[in-house]
Design a protein around this ligand. Structure first.
Ligand code: GLA
Length: 727
């Protein structure tokens, strides 16, 4: 519910449990007065303190009020260069070189439904959403900003976006255009980020905000393995079930910056948006620029409450499901089994073993096209390699279909190898500045996706492949970070637009793919989880979570991922042991339990398993098929953290009728203690049977006292406990 109080000039956004409020004061400054647990019927600006602070300047029109300074007041969308020294939300360079930007309130509109953003991913709204549009103007430059807010009451979710318009007579250069600014009255908060690198994505890090600005971001052209565009602020010591928590996600897959400041007056500011480094967007008179969407959730009841809201909102209002609610297929992917070295026959063997055990989709990974026997050549030549697939793609797909399996394919459309027909024909299509040697990574260059003709050529080649055989799934990979970001298609003054235009190009092509092949399930991938963000989820309903398939390392990666992103989005497979990344051997049971908390599949030749292991695999697939809805759509709870003696998590049906708790032990010590795990989200008064056993336990007991665990017999032993409520 969005309310405007004309006498107080407050705009209040209520969700079920939270309230967000701003107020246009007498000077037209849009103050941020509150974000937190719900407060009804109150102008919350009484909380704002005014004092004459040294070195905090006063705007001209408030010159007589020494206690009035943009430097001390909470701002809804912070200005630049006019007396607020905390992180600016936007910066614009005028033709005279000045960088000042002072955006003031100039009106608003409240609408039913949710705004959308042309060419950018965004929560698509639905029933019960409302939009607030606030107009801000900088009278001195003619630059106007429309602050957009989408309110989803049900999930306590507020989305934001900003659209700039140059209404002046001179061109301006936008140098920063953040999507979200959040000023909070107390800096006694912890800043939580999800960090790591390739094969160790999204590890949780939390620390108290310290004076100054702390930031995470990416200038790699993708949201990155190193940091994720989802961050949180919380009360010190907040836990799964207690404490005030704020989460903010950028619905964007390119460069980003998240800045959190503890200010001199012990207030906090979070600014989130496109990274300003390498960014500059020219706006001629009359032109507009839309900053990507950001979304916020405030949870008054700890991290679990935050996760429940994000997962539900993303599943229902962000991820577009090509299967329309039907269960996602259990897949077998040949990558770790064969890498580049396979024949059609070998692929069919791997598919046959999978089909016999119940898998439903076979995915042919890298190596099927052009000259691609290793990762040094072939990217860009999207034609089947006749040596590997002599009968062509259609014949292979028919064979796989004949096994009762659907067929999926791997592509890396944004890249080109120097050793490829495409590069030989169009060397200028790769990003890179004239006269400067390009940086290679995995021996490949990046195609200039800002250019329509480049995208059209690649898209046409992909269409020829997709039209040649019944293909049900595409894994869209990207295996390097961007460098030498310079486009031959743009003048010198517009090179600051390349990073963003690149991502817009990726989105445009993914959108075309969705439109032209609505039945195809798209899986995002960037060397595993290098582009795992809310923006990508708008196009690709699932994303390969990490190239690291070691079950124990995955516990940590999936734990971090789970704070924001729902299980149905997390690409997760069982792979062979010893694991290629860690050398660790875990049992097939443990690998299955971990992979099952995702899209589920096998990244191995199941023909290499022992008969006993095959029986386990068959049971795993059956179990997953039976409980997929609970696993992927259920209410998700983390029951312990990966540093604890065991890692446990739970999915529960929203009506509390069933639940699945999964537990994986760490290293075992002799004569260890008996442990119990406290469950969550159950119906306290229902009585549950565990794994079909004879005893019944009340939900209250299981949540308060816990479920006892067996003593582990070896390192990394895993269990699943399926709970069913008695009628
Ligand atoms: C990336 C992906 C892997 C695999 C390889 C193929 O690393 O994340 O799953 O597809 O590329 O080259």
């Amino acid at each position: 519910m969005i309310l405007y109080d004309p006498s107080a000039r407050t705009l209040t956004l209520h969700t079920r449990r939270t309230t967000y409020q701003m107020k246009a004061d007498g000077y037209g400054v849009l103050l941020h007065t509150w974000y937190g647990p719900r407060v009804d019927g109150q102008d919350l600006s009484y909380l704002i303190g005014y004092a004459d602070r040294g070195f905090s300047p006063n705007p001209r029109e408030a010159a007589a009020r020494r206690d009035y300074s943009l430097d001390t007041l909470p701002q809804e969308y912070s200005t630049c260069g006019v007396g607020d020294y905390r992180p600016a939300s936007a910066a614009a360079e005028q033709p005279d070189g000045s960088l000042m930007l002072d955006l003031r309130y100039a009106g608003h509109e409240i609408r039913e439904g949710k705004y959308s953003l042309d060419g950018l991913p965004a929560f698509f709204g639905g029933e019960g959403w409302q939009t607030l549009s606030v107009r801000l103007e900088d009278p001195h430059s003619g630059l106007a900003a429309e602050l957009l807010y989408g309110v989803c009451e049900r999930y306590d979710l507020i989305t934001r976006a900003v659209v700039f318009t140059n209404e002046g007579r001179q061109p301006v250069l936008l140098r920063k255009a953040a999507s979200l600014c959040l000023d909070l009255p107390s800096a006694n908060l912890e800043f939580i980020t999800f960090d790591g690198g390739h094969v160790r994505e999204r590890g949780l890090n939390r620390s108290l905000l310290r004076p100054g600005v702390q930031s995470v971001g990416s200038v790699r052209g993708a949201s990155s393995h190193q940091h994720n565009p989802f961050v949180m602020l919380c009360e010190p010591g907040a836990g799964e079930e207690h404490g005030l928590v704020y989460g903010a996600a950028l619905v964007y897959s390119g460069n980003f910056l998240a800045e959190a400041e503890r200010s001199q007056f012990e207030t906090a500011r979070l600014v989130l948006g496109i990274h300003p480094q390498h960014f500059g967007w020219s706006l001629a008179p009359g032109e507009r620029f839309a900053a990507p969407e950001a979304a916020m959730v405030c949870s008054p009841d700890g991290f679990a409450g935050m996760t429940h809201r994000w997962h539900a909102a993303m599943r229902e209002c962000l991820i577009r499901d090509p299967l329309h609610g039907a269960r996602r297929p259990v897949l077998v992917n040949n990558w770790e089994a064969t890498e580049f070295h396979f024949t059609a026959q070998r692929l069919v063997e791997i598919a046959r073993e999978g089909a016999a055990l119940g898998a439903e989709l076979f995915v042919m990974d890298d190596g099927w096209f052009g000259k691609r026997d290793d990762d040094r050549s072939g990217l860009g030549d999207w034609v089947v390699n006749p040596q590997k697939l002599p009968g062509g793609l259609n014949a292979l797909v028919r064979q796989v279909n004949g096994l009762g399996m659907r067929f999926g394919i791997w592509v890396e459309p944004e890249m080109v190898s120097e050793d490829s027909e495409l590069y030989r024909a169009h060397p200028d299509w790769a990003l890179g500045a004239p006269g400067r040697p390009q940086t290679l990574s995995r021996s490949q260059l990046v195609l200039d996706f800002t250019r329509r003709e480049v995208r059209d050529c690649i898209y046409a080649a992909l269409c020829r492949v997709l039209d040649s055989a019944p293909i049900a799934y595409v894994k869209w990979d990207v295996n390097r970070s961007l460098a030498d970001v310079w486009s031959a298609a743009l003048p010198a003054a517009r090179q600051g637009e390349v990073f963003h235009r690149y991502i817009l190009g990726v989105y445009e092509m993914m959108d075309r793919l969705r439109r032209d092949y609505p039945q195809i399930l798209l899986e995002g991938c960037a060397g595993g989880g290098g582009r795992f963000d809310a923006g990508m989820l708008y196009y690709a309903p699932q994303i390969w979570c990490s190239d690291n398939t070691d079950a124990i390392d995955r516990l940590r990666i999936q734990y971090g991922t789970s704070f924001c992103y729902p299980v149905c989005a997390v690409g997760s497979h069982v792979s062979a042991v010893p694991n290629v990344h860690t050398g660790r051997t875990t049992s097939i049971e443990t690998r299955g339990v971990v992979a099952m908390s995702g899209t589920f599949g096998y990244e191995m030749d199941l023909g290499r398993c022992t008969e006993a292991e095959k029986q386990v695999v068959r049971r795993q697939i059956e179990f997953f098929k039976r409980h997929c809805r609970l696993i992927q759509q259920g209410v998700y709870d983390r029951l312990s953290a990966p540093d604890d003696a065991f890692t446990a998590w739970q999915q529960t049906a929203p009506d509390g009728t069933e639940a699945l708790a999964s537990v994986v032990w760490g290293p075992v010590h002799a004569a260890g203690p008996f442990c119990a795990v406290r469950l969550r989200s159950l119906a306290p008064n229902k009585r549950y049977r565990v794994n079909g056993g004879g005893e019944l336990y009340t939900g209250a007991a299981l949540m308060t006292a816990g479920l006892p665990l067996p003593l582990p017999k070896h390192d990394y032993q895993a269990w699943q406990f399926y709970l069913q409520a008695e009628e």
